[in-house]
Each structure stands twice: as C-alpha cells, then as structure tokens.
Design a protein around this ligand. Structure first.
Ligand SMILES: NC(=O)c1ccc[n+]([C@@H]2O[C@H](COP(=O)([O-])OP(=O)(O)OC[C@H]3O[C@@H](n4cnc5c(N)ncnc54)[C@H](OP(=O)(O)O)[C@@H]3O)[C@@H](O)[C@H]2O)c1
Length: 274
C-alpha cells in the first residue's frame, strides 16, 4: 500500500479477513501493524501462525490500539460486537465494515456513536485475490481515509466506489452475487456437454477453460466493447450465431436483468433484518 502505515485491527479472523491480510502482507504491509481477533484459540493460532501477526480474543484491546478497525464478523453477531465496543472513543479511528446487509446508519446505531464508517461489499473471489469490491463512504469521510480503505480492498482485487449507500445493493447484484450466475451458466453447459457424450471431468474442463479464456479476453481487451468481442467470434450463418440467436429468442438478456433486479430487491429486504 502506498499509504502511510496505520495500525489495523481485524475484528473476526475468518476467510475474508485472512484474504485481506494475505493481500496486505504480499504488498509489503508490516505484519506488526496488524492485529486480528477471534474467540476460538484454533482461529487465533491459524491466523497468527500463517501471517506472524498478533491474534487475541479481546476485541476492546485490539480496537483501543488501532487506527483502523475492519469489522469482519458475520452480520448476525455485528450488533453484539459493536455493543461491546461502544465505550471506546472512536473520534480518531476509521471503521471499515465488510459485513453484508448492514447499513452505516445501522452500524452507527449499534455502536451508539456517530463514528466514521466506510462500507465495503467484497465478493467471494476476493479469497483468491481476484475480488470485486464496492465501497461507499459518507461525505464526511476524508479523502485520506477513503484512499486508505480503497487500497485495503485493492489488496484482494479491484474496487468501485459508489456515491450513495443504496447503490451497494446494485454492487451486490452485479458483483457480490454474480460469481454464482456464472457458476449456474457453466453448470448448464456442463450438463449439456455430458448429455452430448462427455464424461463429467471432460465436460467440466471444456466449460471451465472456455470461461477462463473468455474472461481473459475481456480483461486483456479493455478497448473493445463486450458486444464487439462477441461479434468477433460470431461468423454470420455459423454455429455460434445459431446458439446466440437461440439465447436471444429465449430472452437471455431480459432474464439476466430480472434476476439482477431480484437480487437488489432481496438486498433491500435483508437490510431491514439488521
Ligand atoms: N466470504 C465471503 O465471500 C464474503 C463476501 C462478502 C462479504 N463477506 C462478509 O465478510 C464477513 C466475514 O465473512 P467470512 O466469510 O470471513 O466469515 P467467517 O470465515 O465465518 O469468519 C468469521 C470470524 O469471526 C470470528 N468471530 C466470531 N465471533 C466473534 C466475536 N464475538 N468477536 C470477534 N470475532 C468473532 C470467528 O472466529 P471463530 O472462528 O473463533 O468463531 C471467525 O474468525 C461477513 O460479515 C460477511 O458478510 C464475506
């Protein structure tokens, strides 16, 4: 990270926290500026041995010595965790929440303070360093803090800032949930390849390698629109054209739009659970 080093406390030491810590350490962030917490000895041992960082069970102690707090516990226990921290003065600390479905006003109410929060929505490929995270910061957050939060999430992939918190739900529809859309599409292709005579592993390899190749072509040709890439591999009257025409007849584009709208609606409903 190009930014100055700040002490970071990760409250929760699970999959997502470990991935971010791995990315930070790979990018040269000093391990002695990182602390992680978890109630179980097993989780603490795992994270401290893997990264040579300080791992403790006491959330209050971790937060007290930190400049930046990354809230990386499950959403269901956020309320309990923030209530336990409410006696600490957060006026010169930055909180970054990666928990799905909890808005900043709700986080502030759980903490009982109008503290500085940045909300982040990462997705599962972050676990491989290939994540796509959406970030939102209220207006009062300084540019320096925004840069720090952005660089933190760039440790596990790419980032996209949104201007209003409600747009985080559109990030969920386009990036948070979307790896599963691609899995579904690949599943359907694998099923049909098996029906056409391939064994399971061969069918998977055919689909998997094509998906990786297609994604790589998209990434390596940023100047070409997606439609152009598609047209370039679709000869008039050929096999691909026939398959694409069939997708269009079955309104694939409308189905995708409706599915993404359903994801946004569900994200809005889930916000009311916390
Ligand atoms: N994984 C993803 O792909 C993904 C994607 C988007 C957003 N997120 C968000 O990221 C957050 C973390 O997800 P995850 O997948 O990393 O979860 P996880 O692997 O289950 O990790 C949760 C961690 O929280 C710890 N914990 C439990 N109670 C605690 C407490 N009272 N104080 C401090 N730590 C406590 C657990 O410790 P023990 O092991 O000791 O119980 C564990 O280390 C969630 O809010 C989730 O919504 C995750």
């Amino acid at each position: 990270m190009a930014n100055s080093v700040r002490n970071i406390a990760f409250i929760g030491s699970g999959n997502m926290a470990s991935s971010i810590i791995a990315g930070l350490i790979d990018s040269g962030y000093p391990a002695n500026a990182l602390t992680a917490t978890a109630p179980s000895q097993q989780s603490r041992d795992k994270i401290s041995q893997r990264f040579s960082i300080n791992a403790i069970s006491d959330n209050q102690a971790a937060v007290a010595q930190a400049d930046v707090i990354v809230l990386s516990v499950k959403p269901q226990i956020m309320s309990e965790v923030l209530a336990e921290l409410s006696s600490i003065d957060f006026s010169d600390k930055l909180l970054i929440s990666i928990a799905a479905g909890i808005t900043i006003p709700r986080l502030q109410s759980m903490l009982g303070q109008d503290a500085d929060f940045v909300r982040v929505m990462p997705n599962t490929p972050s676990l491989l360093g290939l994540g796509m995270s959406g970030l939102y910061a209220p207006e009062k957050i300084s540019q320096e803090d925004k840069t720090f939060a952005g660089e933190l999430m760039q440790a596990v992939g790419k980032i996209c800032w949104v201007d209003s918190e409600s747009q985080i739900n559109s990030i969920i529809a386009a990036a948070g949930s979307s790896p599963a859309y691609f899995f579904l599409f690949m599943e359907a292709m694998q099923k049909e390849a098996i029906a056409q005579g391939f064994d399971n592993d061969t069918a998977r390899m055919l689909v998997q390698q094509s998906a990786i190749g297609a994604a790589q072509m998209v990434a390596e040709n940023p100047e070409l629109e997606l439609a152009t890439l598609r047209q370039q591999v679709t000869s008039k009257g050929g096999t691909t054209a026939e398959a694409i025409a069939t997708f269009n007849q079955h309104q694939l584009s409308d189905t995708v739009a409706t599915a993404m709208q359903a994801a946004v609606k569900r994200a809005e409903e889930m916000e009311s659970l916390f």
